[in-house]
Design a protein around this ligand. Structure first.
Ligand SMILES: Cc1ncc(C[n+]2csc(CCOP(=O)(O)OP(=O)(O)O)c2C)c(N)n1
Length: 790
């Protein structure tokens, strides 16, 4: 028996035709939206920018999802993997009414249609992709590869939600997408929603066939089954047959999803389900021009963008008009240009419409996290420089309690590529397992079908994509990662930052929780990994983005880390990068002092300085835990050997304080900057990352010429922790030597010290090569100026 009645089939086909008509109209038309008169060149845009090829397939999917939503009363959102099919999502959200509710000027009449067409890919209008401006979108799809991970991120902790995710067959060739199929091993059918992937096998990319379309059907099916999915193929090109096949496939998929969820939610079944997915094998450029300039277009890569160029080829105008009229617009829209009511009635109502589902405007659903008082986790700092267990290890119990306090709300997750324990955050596993729906053995630790930590897939791309999807649908999270390998998601970070930038200017999009990176296992302490694991360049990458969106924090110790993390978890619509160590390290500030220091973002450490609050001869600045340690060790040498020298110690937690306020909202005024760094004293700046960044951030400051930066110089290997700093001339001895270079007035006093320091460096080298560890005087060094921490 057929799934669709004839009238249902006709209505769904009419919706599809309407969406196709609106899509072609968006790509081509400036005017004459209802073809009330013969098309003229004046009706056609001068610059034709957009993508047709993927669009009819996505329109087809959307039309059928609408039917499924109504029929099964689904809570569903739509992700357009090949987001260049923007005309499709715009057209469908317009047809369902969501679009005009947000943009009343794009009204449901002829004038609105004209605006809809004109604005697309047009100066002052909207982008050609499923961009943030498009209601219902959480995924721009400009950079291909992340649709499925976003879909899973959205589905976590949304037990009623089904995320319908169109995956391009070209997109499926990207690394992130190819690994994303495995996300099904992390979806808990009890507490999470479902993801319904629809692999859009239209056969072509921009100029090539796709791999998945050119492997035998059986091989493709085995591949998808091998990833743990149960694929259902919908193949063909004849609309009536395809409508019936798609409706049937969707009903089947929804039934399977419901069965899986019902079983999981009502029994003790723990076996990993094989979730359904659909493979939609339809022609690229379906229903568009078949042959243009003597070449096949429909079902080829030639349909990818704009298949007709009426201004270049006179005969294309007629082809375009025929194409538009082939959808029979007079049957679809009434005299006023409004979609005929019997067609419009197919749309789901209210927030069931995919363009209006609040999950796709996550800020609307965002609830504050319940946060424990971070001060309760403070480490005691009886004297400046007392030993801590490792800063992230102090943070761990705080995060553990964040997890525990929000278990009921189910709105906080920690993501990591198999590194949460390694990064010193193992405490969180005291209150939650790592979510893992595959089988376990008795030797596994802290794995379970439902948990707040997702760290059991070695894929930075999935962690990033899942977290983004989670945040975009109104929840909170943290991504912990080795510093060097966070670069794997540079590009994903870019896209997310772009999304934040655009949405921050859309009043109807509510702010979402910030994307928080905790980069532990950083460049300076990759003791057992070496050069491949040493790279602090993510900071440089991040600061390229719009200043009001990015924050970079380098807490010098555990109490500062606690304060910074509390702040980040409360913040909205930003990207926060926090860099912290996991190895035992000196602690400098008691909690009250740390809290104030972090709120200020920068401070003079008077207890370590010898300028007695007067104009210093030298500023020793530091940013990052290891640079802070080496700076204080350098200062102790200076204070012991050159007691008359007036040294000021400045510590920077919030890197953005260095920029002028015109460049970043956290920027220090010039007067404040000068008050910290003086206008003429030499500044030796020990920095966690590449030195050039400090110059870039401070080049407009009065004293910039006197700022001498030491940081990572791309020197690394397996060696001792202190030797890493020596190799990069960030160690205490080089810092003092740098200071002496810039204090010529010291004369012979400096010469003696210089000789001593050079001897120390030689001694260090000899010692580590003989003993395989740092010299005792380095390992056991303590800040001994004697002042108690306050
Ligand atoms: C990561 C990435 N690489 C390259 C591109 C350029 N690009 C845009 S569309 C496209 C082809 C996409 O093919 P597919 O995913 O199959 O989409 P469809 O055929 O449905 O248009 C390419 C390569 C991109 N957008 N993103």
């Amino acid at each position: 028996m057929n799934t669709l009645s004839t009238s249902e089939l006709n209505r769904i086909d009419a919706w599809w035709r309407a969406a196709n008509y609106l899509s072609v109209g968006q790509i081509f038309l400036l005017d004459n939206p209802l073809l009330r008169r013969p098309l003229s060149l004046d009706d056609v845009k001068r610059m034709l920018l957009g993508h047709w090829g993927t669009t009819p397939g996505q329109n087809f999917v959307y039309a059928h999802l609408n039917r499924a939503i109504v029929r099964h009363d689904l809570d569903m959102i739509f992700i357009s993997g090949p987001g260049h099919g923007g005309p499709a999502v715009v057209a469908n959200t317009y047809l369902e009414g969501s679009y005009s509710e947000i943009y009343p000027d794009v009204s449901q009449d002829e004038a609105g249609l004209r605006t809809l067409f004109r604005q697309f890919s047009f100066p002052g209008g909207i982008p050609s992709h499923a961009s943030p401006e498009c209601p219902g979108s959480i995924h721009e799809g400009g950079e291909l590869g992340y649709s499925l991970s976003h879909a899973f991120g959205a589905a976590f902790d949304n037990p009623t939600l089904i995320v319908a995710c169109v995956v391009g067959d070209g997109e499926a060739e990207t690394g992130p997408l190819a690994t994303a199929w495995h996300s099904n091993k992390f979806l808990d059918p009890r507490g999470d929603g479902a993801v319904l992937p629809i692999l859009h096998l239209n056969g072509y990319k921009i100029a090539n066939p796709t791999l998945l379309a050119r492997i035998p059907r059986e091989e493709l099916e085995q591949l998808l089954r091998g990833y743990g999915w149960t694929p259902c193929f919908v193949s063909g090109h004849e609309p009536a047959l395809m409508h019936e096949a798609m409706a049937k496939a969707l009903d089947g998929a929804i039934a399977d999803i419901r069965r899986i969820q019902h079983e999981a939610r009502t029994t003790d079944a723990t076996a990993r389900p094989s979730w359904p997915m659909i493979v939609l094998e339809s022609p690229k450029g379906w229903t568009g021009p078949k042959v243009v300039n003597g070449k096949q277009v429909e079902r080829t890569f030639r349909s990818h963008q704009v298949p007709l160029k009426p201004r270049e080829h006179a005969e294309h105008l007629k082809l375009l008009e025929d194409w538009l009229r082939s959808y029979r617009p007079q049957e679809l829209f009434d005299e006023q240009g409004r979609l005929n009511s019997d067609i419009a009635a197919q749309a789901p109502s209210g927030t069931r419409r995919m363009g209006t589902n609040p999950r796709a405007n996550g800020g609307k659903l965002l609830r504050d996290l319940r946060l424990p008082d971070f001060r309760d986790f403070a480490i005691d700092v009886p004297v400046h420089g007392s030993r801590g267990p490792g800063d992230t290890r102090v943070l761990g119990p705080f995060l553990r309690d964040v997890v525990a306090l929000n278990q009921d709300q189910r709105n906080f997750r920690i993501f990591g590529p198999d590194e949460t324990v390694s990064n010193g955050l193992g405490s969180v596993l005291e209150v939650t397992p790592r979510q893992w729906v595959a089988p376990t053995t008795s030797s596994d630790e802290a794995l379970g079908p439902s948990g707040r930590v997702l760290d059991s897939m070695l894929s930075e791309h999935q962690c990033e994509g899942w977290l983004e999807g989670y945040l975009l649908t109104g929840r909170h999270g943290l991504f912990n990662c080795y510093e060097a390998f966070i670069h794997l998601v540079d590009s994903m970070f870019n896209q997310h930052a772009k999304w934040l930038k655009v949405t921050s200017r859309l009043p109807w999009r509510r702010p979402i929780a910030s994307l928080n990176y905790l980069l532990a296992s950083h460049v300076w302490r990759q003791d057992h990994n070496g050069f491949s694991h040493q790279d602090p360049g993510f900071i440089d990458h991040v600061v390229n983005k719009k200043a009001d969106l990015v924050r970079v924090y380098l807490p010098p110790d555990a109490n500062c880390l606690l304060s910074v993390m509390d702040h980040c978890l409360r913040s909205r619509h930003q990207v926060n990068v926090v860099i912290a160590g996991k190895h035992p390290a000196p602690q400098w500030l008691s909690m009250p002092v740390a809290e104030k220091h972090c709120a200020d973002g920068i401070g003079i450490w008077q207890w370590a300085s010898s300028d007695a609050g007067t104009d210093p001869d030298l500023v020793m600045a530091c940013c990052g835990d290891v640079p802070t340690l080496e700076t204080l060790a350098a200062v102790s040498i200076l204070r012991e050997r050159l007691p008359a020298l007036k040294v000021r110690v400045v510590n920077v937690v919030d890197l953005m304080r260095l920029q002028p306020p015109s460049a970043h909202p956290h920027g220090l005024s010039d007067a404040d900057f000068d008050a910290f760094f003086t206008t003429s004293a030499p500044v030796i700046f020990a920095f966690h990352g590449y030195p050039a960044l400090i110059h870039r951030l401070t080049y407009r400051r009065t004293n910039h010429d006197n700022i001498h930066v030491r940081g990572y110089q791309e020197e690394g290997t397996i060696t001792t922790p202190f030797d890493m700093t020596v190799l990069n001339e960030l160690d205490r001895f080089h810092l003092v030597l740098s200071a002496l270079d810039r204090l010529p007035a010291l004369g012979s006093e400096a010469a003696g010290l210089r000789t001593l320091l050079e001897q120390k460096l030689s001694e260090h080298r000899r010692y580590i090569c003989a003993n395989g560890e740092d010299m005792p005087e380095i390992r056991d060094w303590r800040w001994n100026a004697g002042a108690a921490a306050r």
